[in-house]
Design a protein around this ligand. Structure first.
Ligand code: ADP
Ligand code: PMV
Ligand code: MG
Length: 339
């Protein structure tokens, strides 16, 4: 059996705008999805994914056609839930030139689903790595990132950036602008995450921003302004000493940009009452800045605070079901085969 894990992420800046070619800076965090893969002698794919809100389920395919789900749920709900694992299987089969390969797959994850922490990218990255290795055709991290992007692009109807998948594959803080993906030297930032227990539909939220941008010049300008914020943030990060802890001047500067970025995401219609109230709770508690992370609609916010105040305030905020400090994950995809 091969087992791979990959981290989730928070966006310091730039989600949504990155889909239209602006830069973004996501940071991988130590919350991981683990995918175990056992090759089969037939061409079936059996998936056990207990974290899915469908109460855990098992699905079996013949070749590439899904046959009999073991749960009684609507087909559209099932395809939404299984889309990313399906797409990872297709990429692994293609990479290994084994179109008929069958697998038993188990997905376990510490990353809440659909909450803006990149669970989909982590599952796809770990899945492609574990499945290609199971077929004896390992691929390197850059190729995993490239194939994982194609998987997300497919599932999100052609509306995805390389940011989540690259960040999850290589770890650390990264910068993505169009096809250009690089790792950043960034100091270890005091990231605090608040989670409202909910989820957003990435594909729909991205489509909503696209419509706004295509309809109104001011929405297109808003997207471009997010790009300006990211470039400003990059300048601050580049000027900082990556080996020294971040000083309060840097944190204030980044925090101000995060606050502004949240305002613009809110203007683009992707925030939610619960996200806004967590953002305000963090600011009131003295965080340097706070914003939603990922697609929005519900899910998580990220704040900067070295003190315990923000985490404590969030844990008492109505609508926040979990608050935690997120450590930067310096390692991306990780091979975890049990010996
Ligand atoms: N533990 C998991 N098991 C199986 N599929 C998962 C798991 N975590 C995430 N996924 C897939 O990713 C989707 C959520 O991805 P998305 O909407 O992009 O949100 P995010 O990436 O912000 O978590 C789920 O609907 C599911 O298809
Ligand atoms: C909104 C977007 O920029 C990020 C989505 O992140 P998440 O799937 O919500 O974690 C979409 C993308 O970059 O593909
Ligand atoms: Mg996602």
């Amino acid at each position: 059996m091969t087992v791979s894990s990959a981290p989730g992420k928070v966006y310091l800046f730039g989600e949504h705008a990155v889909v239209y070619g602006e830069p973004a800076v996501p940071c991988a965090i130590e919350r991981r999805a683990r995918v175990s893969v056992e090759p089969r002698s037939d061409d079936h794919v059996r998936v056990v994914a207990e974290d899915l809100s469908l109460d855990g389920f098992t699905v079996e395919y013949e070749g590439s056609t899904r046959t009999q789900p073991d749960v009684d749920v609507d087909e559209s709900l099932l395809s939404a839930a299984t889309g990313y694992v399906d797409a990872a299987v297709r990429q692994a089969r293609e990479a290994a030139d084994a179109p008929e390969a069958g697998f038993d797959i188990t997905v376990e994850s510490d990353i809440p689903l659909g909450a803006g922490l990149g669970s989909s990218a982590a599952v796809v990255v770990a899945g492609i790595d574990a499945a290609t290795r199971a077929l004896g055709e390992p691929i390197d991290d850059r190729e995993i990132a490239r194939r994982a992007y194609r998987a997300e692009y497919e599932v999100q109807d052609g509306q995805a950036s390389r940011a989540d998948t690259f960040c999850s594959a290589v770890g650390g803080a990264v910068r993505v602008e169009g096809d250009d993906c690089t790792t950043l030297e960034a100091p270890n930032l005091p990231l605090v995450v608040g989670f409202d227990g909910g989820a957003g539909d990435t594909g729909k939220l991205v489509a909503g921003v696209r419509d706004l941008k295509d309809t109104h010049g001011f929405a297109a300008d808003t997207v471009a302004s997010i790009g300006d914020i990211v470039r400003e943030g990059e300048r601050l990060l580049a000027a900082a000493d990556p080996d020294a802890g971040p000083d309060s001047e840097l944190l204030d500067g980044l925090g101000e940009l995060m606050d502004f970025n949240h305002g613009l995401l809110s203007a683009l219609g992707v925030s939610a009452r619960s996200l806004d109230s967590m953002v305000w709770a963090a600011r009131d508690a003295g965080a340097h800045g706070a914003k939603l992370t990922g697609a929005g609609g519900g899910g998580c916010i990220v704040a900067l605070d070295s003190s315990p105040e923000t985490e404590t305030a969030l844990s008492f905020t109505q609508g926040c079901v979990d608050a935690f400090r997120a450590e930067l994950a310096t390692e991306g995809v990780r091979r975890e085969d049990r010996r």
